[in-house]
Design a protein around this ligand. Structure first.
Ligand SMILES: Cc1ncc(COP(=O)(O)O)c(C=O)c1O
Length: 512
């Protein structure tokens, strides 16, 4: 230290700056207020609209230029409250059922705060945080029935977790050293397979891996929207004959459209027979493995070579955290590990721990484990399993409400927690029906009642409710059905101004 002071020669004269508060007591008081507000915000979420659009002045606020001069933190926080906290996505609300998200939890938010306060970089090394990161991966292995010898890594979410698994698959099946020579040197073009219900992140993965979208063959799905195993077998045989190298089959445990779960046991069998890598995209449904009433639905997942799962979905961790698991730890490490001189291990000290960046693409990594770890410790895994069962039971409950309501119809059979249905319009054209249902969906959002999304199943446009939400109660689903019926009637009433596709072909009177 003395040497450092001597070296600068000006210590005590130079006005050195820091980002630390000048007034620690003031910051402490403000922080208490922020926590109090946060608790109120979460406690009262049910009383607020699920979503609301921003007034023009709020939108304009975000076009303000780069701040050059300081502003008191209390004022900055005031702006956050007014301009950000008031206009959320809404996925923590009990009636948010759009796309596929988790609904977060307070303990997880505390975990994120503490992780940021400690500030550890989980690229690796020897802090306690690194042991916790590995422990959470171990817990994920246990949840999936993977052996202790498997490896894994926490990543930003399901898309990255899939990329990790598929990268290992490519490298193992390439037949050459892809890391050294690149995909152009692969003898026969690799082929990956998944159903036509695959999530779009797999296309991105194929593109990022340099294999190209066409390397991913979409196999037709059956009536239950699960991959057609015979069609898969035939496609593999056809590709071998045509000079391709079948490399990997991607099974989906819970498709994004309907929650369909591929026959994972059959896929594991087929992968073994055909010498393919078996990857499971379990971003939605892998965690069903911990749900006592439904775990049978994902039987076979434990036989995968790799699994992508998403703690920010059914473990409700605050965004972001996904997890990739790889059965063969050596293949995992061989796919990503690089040791530049500046990241070499030392026999003791901070650099003596494991380098966690050796298991993925990032070097610096956030301390994602803490938010998962704290919530798992607080509630125990059994409660998370029961919550998954609860959401699946709620999905079935909503299906029965829809079946009992003559103005609504299911578009796909009830599956897990995703319900696809539509407001009936027996004499409407398909465009008019789509416009009617889209209008219902938008008004539900704009009136702050509920947020759902839409999709197309078996060629039919429909509304889609994905109940991945630990705050949802059955009364919320009762209300949803009542409100959809009210809106459907209102929108299709004669004389009401309707979006243009609804007009024509005698659509109006038929819609109600
Ligand atoms: C089946 C499936 N796979 C992958 C993903 C991508 O996950 P993430 O959004 O966490 O990247 C999703 C997202 O909903 C999904 O439903």
């Amino acid at each position: 230290m003395d040497a450092m002071l001597k070296a600068t020669g000006t210590a005590g004269v130079v006005a050195e700056e820091t980002l630390d508060p000048v007034d620690w007591a003031g910051v402490q008081a403000l922080s208490h207020r922020i926590v109090d507000d946060a608790v109120d915000y979460l406690r009262d979420v049910r009383e607020r609209p699920v979503w609301q659009d921003m007034p023009e002045e709020v939108k304009a606020f975000f076009a303000a230029p780069l701040p050059r001069s300081p502003q008191p933190l209390a004022q900055v926080y005031g702006e956050v409250v007014e301009k950000v906290m008031a206009y959320p996505m809404g996925n923590i609300h009990p009636r948010f059922w759009s796309w596929y998200m988790g609904s977060s939890n307070f303990t997880g938010a505390l975990g994120d705060f503490l992780a940021a306060i400690q500030g550890s970089n989980l690229g690796g090394g020897n802090p306690a945080a690194a042991l916790m990161d590995s422990q959470v991966v171990d817990w994920c292995k246990q949840m999936m029935g993977f052996p202790q010898s498997a490896s894994g890594t926490l990543v930003s979410g399901g898309s990255m977790a899939n990329i990790i698994g598929l990268t290992v698959a490519r490298n193992v099946k390439a037949g050459i050293d892809v890391r050294e020579h690149g995909v152009a040197a692969i003898d026969k073009p690799l082929r990956f397979y998944g159903s036509d219900q695959l999530h779009s992140c797999h296309r991105k993965a194929m593109e990022a891996l340099g294999l190209g979208n066409q390397a991913l063959r979409r196999i037709p799905s059956d009536a239950g929207l699960r991959i057609d195993i015979d069609a898969l077998r035939a496609a593999i045989a056809e590709d071998r004959k045509a000079g391709f190298q079948p490399a990997c089959v991607i099974g989906t445990a819970g498709t994004v459209n309907t929650g369909a779960i591929d026959d994972l046991r059959a896929l594991a069998e087929l992968a073994a027979q055909e010498n393919l890598w078996f990857h499971v995209d379990g971003c939605i449904g892998a965690l069903i493995a911990i749900a006592p009433e439904n775990s049978h639905r994902v039987a076979g997942i434990e036989r995968a070579h790799s699994i992508a799962l998403d703690p920010h979905k059914w473990l409700h961790a605050p965004f972001e955290v996904g997890c990739a698991l790889i059965r063969d730890a050596a293949s995992h490490r061989n796919t990503f590990a690089v040791t530049p001189e500046y990241l070499e291990s030392t026999p003791r000290g901070l650099a003596s721990g494991q380098w966690l960046h050796d298991y993925g693409l990032q070097t610096s990594r956030g301390f994602r484990a803490l938010k998962v770890w704290m919530a798992l410790k607080e509630h125990g895994i059994e409660k998370f399993g029961r919550l998954i069962d609860q959401n699946i039971a709620q999905g079935h409950y909503l299906s029965t409400l829809i079946e009992a309501e003559p103005l609504l119809e299911l578009v796909a059979p009830p599956n897990i927690n995703i319900v696809c249905f539509r407001y009936r319009g027996d004499r409407l054209t398909s465009e008019a029906l789509k416009a009617l249902n889209t209008e219902i969906m938008l008004r539900l959002q704009e009136e702050g009642i509920a947020v759902l999304s839409d999709t197309t199943v078996h060629g039919q446009h429909c509304l889609r409710v994905a109940i991945n939400n630990h705050r949802t109660r059955r009364e919320d689903l009762d209300l949803l059905v009542r409100e959809i019926v009210r809106l459907g009637r209102e929108i299709s009433r004669p004389g009401v101004a309707l979006p243009s596709p609804l007009v024509g072909e005698g659509g109006r009177e038929a819609a109600g």
